[in-house]
Design a protein around this ligand. Structure first.
Ligand SMILES: [Zn+2]
Length: 223
């Protein structure tokens, strides 16, 4: 049976139902988000908290937004590592080189841009790698409303630097506040995917940050 016929039979009892349905449909059409949401792409909530480089200030190629999914908001955050030794990211040039390689790799995999929203280097500097106006591409089947933050290094065998842990903690806390995300919705990749990522040493730091209140974190940052 044709669905249109079905609906006409179902609402045959009253025109009020039909006009109400038509109104609701028009309302939904107007609520479809723009491809780029200016509020979600705004990073100023991080100002004064962490030092970051905007994507447009380092990336050599533009994102392919036509194959990316517009985000409508965020309710969880997932932490990752690269799985490569920290020695590869000893200075800013090697970090830029690593980011360029990840960008090329993720574009070749049709992610449209780097899959994570931010990458944190061993010196504690954060690099924006994907606009938050678009959903990430960092956990298979779990990218909806999920911010992706990756720390450069292999934390199954090495320790993240103090600078990386401090930036991750402050950034995640600011994101939780900005998007009203509860701390129990902060995950290591291994929590929601089949992976060792973000490595046992970084995973311990993720658990630590989840146990701290926002006031504790702000107090630690002041010291
Ligand atoms: Zn991961």
């Amino acid at each position: 049976m044709n669905i249109g016929m079905d609906r006409r039979v179902f609402i045959a009892g009253g025109m009020a139902v039909l006009s109400g349905f038509a109104f609701a449909k028009r309302g939904l059409a107007q609520d479809v988000p723009e491809k780029v949401n200016p509020d979600l792409s705004d990073l100023t909530f991080l100002d004064g908290t962490v030092s970051y480089v905007k994507r447009d200030d380092w990336a050599s190629i533009k994102p392919q937004v036509s194959i990316m999914t517009a985000a409508t908001g965020y309710d969880r955050i997932t932490i990752h590592h690269t799985g490569e030794s920290q020695k590869s990211f000893a200075d800013e040039n090697s970090v830029r080189f690593a980011l360029d390689n990840i960008l090329t790799d993720h574009c070749n995999r049709n992610f449209g841009d780097i899959g994570y929203h931010f990458v944190i280097a061993p010196d504690g500097k954060a690099w924006q790698t994907r606009s938050m106006a678009y959903e990430g591409a960092h956990v298979l089947g779990q990218n909806s409303s999920n911010l992706g933050v990756m720390l450069l290094g292999n934390f199954e065998s090495n320790q993240p630097t103090d600078g990386q842990v401090s930036t991750m903690t402050l950034m995640v806390d600011s994101m939780c506040e900005h998007f009203s995300i509860k701390k129990h919705r902060v995950f290591g990749h291994r929590d929601i995917g089949h992976s060792l990522c973000p490595g046992r040493n970084l995973y311990e730091e993720v658990l630590k940050l989840k146990s701290l209140s926002s006031d504790d974190i702000k107090e630690m940052a002041r010291k």
